[in-house]
Design a binder for this molecule. Structure first.
Ligand SMILES: [Zn+2]
Length: 427
């Protein structure tokens, strides 16, 4: 999505007299792809945030009159945790702007109005300060146009960069799985079915899907907040996987895309369109692309000495780092397929400790070294005991227990165990 076009479209509608909320709704209804935007107008005393994927988090302090926002909760919580202690800022007060929502903040009264992005003809619109006759600030645009940094114009064969839709459409494809004739070692039979399809035997029995869906139950969020992480390249396999996870299994995933220098414009467009349509957040992680491309160049040079189709996947080795990224993003987003815990908490089976880091050095901590819910082992005290959610409240019975840890944690006798959709909560 071209942000300049989006801003220009919204700006034109506002200049033509549209209410800013109506203007942004129209823009979102006309565009395809993902957009998470912050919008100001040079004659209006307001700030607008809007997203069709949920890639926006905000921290509003009305008393002190400031608003912070970021595309990821983790980034914003780092900023909030780094604020001077006189702000008494608490990362737990960060609010998520859900997919399909916007907020416009009246900057004079410092008051925010949430609104759905879907058109609501005749619905009430927030009253905003009258636009100024003169722009609040003048723009001084002095952007130096860099000479094309990567492609030397004299040597570029532009036709190689162009996507030849006609030729791609004319490719022969398997009538069952759509693999094209350019796929290594492919052959088609009289029905147009490829050899890969003919030799395919389903490995999973039917009832495995049912038990898989049952297993997912305990991780499913009840309020639509993110509960799964999907590595999403924008290609066919991960697009279908994302569809399954969101539409068939009903989870609420966050996606991330690892750009190691070979993510094409077409893949980026796919990522934007699918996430935009499904209302799913996308985190783009970029590697040191220059270094990665240098590695690819070396791989290709080595391959050329003894070319073989079967070794082509070697060129893709550089993307495997996405496994490590998924662990980093798991930690940052708090998404984990382990024991369920309240938001903001981390729990490690290796330590039998439950803690919440707060403002750099202070830690709320419960080591669960006693079978009770009011332990406090950190240098900051909890304000109350743990409470079981939807359970009997007894730490020695039921789905939530402080249980004998069966020796899996050296030096610890007890550990917190939760089962199914139960959880514990503590202020
Ligand atoms: Zn096939």
């Amino acid at each position: 999505m071209d942000t300049e076009v989006l801003a220009a479209l919204a700006g034109k509608r506002i200049e033509d007299g549209s209410h800013p909320v109506t203007a942004i709704r129209t823009v979102f209804s006309e565009m395809k792809g993902t957009a998470s935007v912050a919008l100001v107008h040079n004659r209006g005393h307001w700030l607008m945030l809007a997203t069709n994927t949920g890639d926006l988090y905000r921290y509003a302090d009305e008393e002190r009159g400031f608003l912070l926002f970021a595309s990821e909760r983790f980034i914003l919580s780092q900023v909030v945790a780094g604020l001077d202690s006189s702000f008494q800022a608490d990362p737990l007060r960060i609010a998520w702007l859900r997919p399909g929502l916007g907020v416009v903040v009246d900057l004079r009264a410092f008051k925010g109005f949430d609104f759905p992005l879907a058109q609501e003809p005749g619905g009430p619109l927030p009253s905003l300060p009258e636009p100024q006759a003169e722009p609040i600030a003048h723009r001084h645009v002095t952007v130096e146009q860099p000479a094309a940094p990567f492609v030397h114009a004299a040597h570029a064969d532009e036709s190689l960069l162009r996507y030849n839709a006609t030729r791609v459409r004319a490719l022969r494809r398997c009538s069952r799985c759509i693999l094209p004739e350019t796929f290594p070692f492919i052959e088609y039979d009289e029905q147009g079915v490829c050899n890969y399809c003919r030799h395919y035997r389903p490995r999973l029995q039917q009832d495995r899907e049912k038990s898989f869906i049952e297993q997912l139950q305990q991780y499913r969020s009840r309020d639509g907040s993110p509960d799964a992480l999907v590595a999403f390249s924008g290609g066919r396999d991960s697009s279908y996987g994302l569809h399954l996870i969101k539409k068939e299994f009903g989870l609420s995933p966050i996606t991330f895309t690892y750009d190691w220098g070979m993510v094409t414009d077409l893949a980026r467009r796919n990522v934007a369109r699918i996430c935009g349509r499904l209302g799913i957040q996308n985190i783009l992680v970029s590697a040191d692309i220059r270094q990665k491309r240098e590695n690819i160049r070396k791989n290709v040079a080595a391959w050329l000495r003894k070319p073989s189709l079967g070794i082509v996947p070697l060129f893709m080795a550089g993307d495997k780092y996405f496994f490590r990224q998924s662990n980093i993003i798991k930690r940052q987003t708090g998404i984990r397929l382990e024991d369920l815990l309240p938001a903001g908490m981390t729990y490690s089976n290796g330590t039998a400790k439950l803690y919440r880091p707060f403002l750099h050095t202070n830690v709320f901590l419960d080591q669960f070294d006693l079978r009770q819910y009011d332990n406090s082992d950190g240098n900051v005290a909890w304000s109350g005991p743990w409470t079981e959610v939807g359970e009997d409240g007894n730490p020695q019975s039921g789905n939530i227990q402080i249980a004998v840890d069966n020796g899996s944690v050296p030096g610890q006798t007890y550990a917190l165990r939760t089962v199914g959709t139960t959880a514990v909560r503590r202020a």
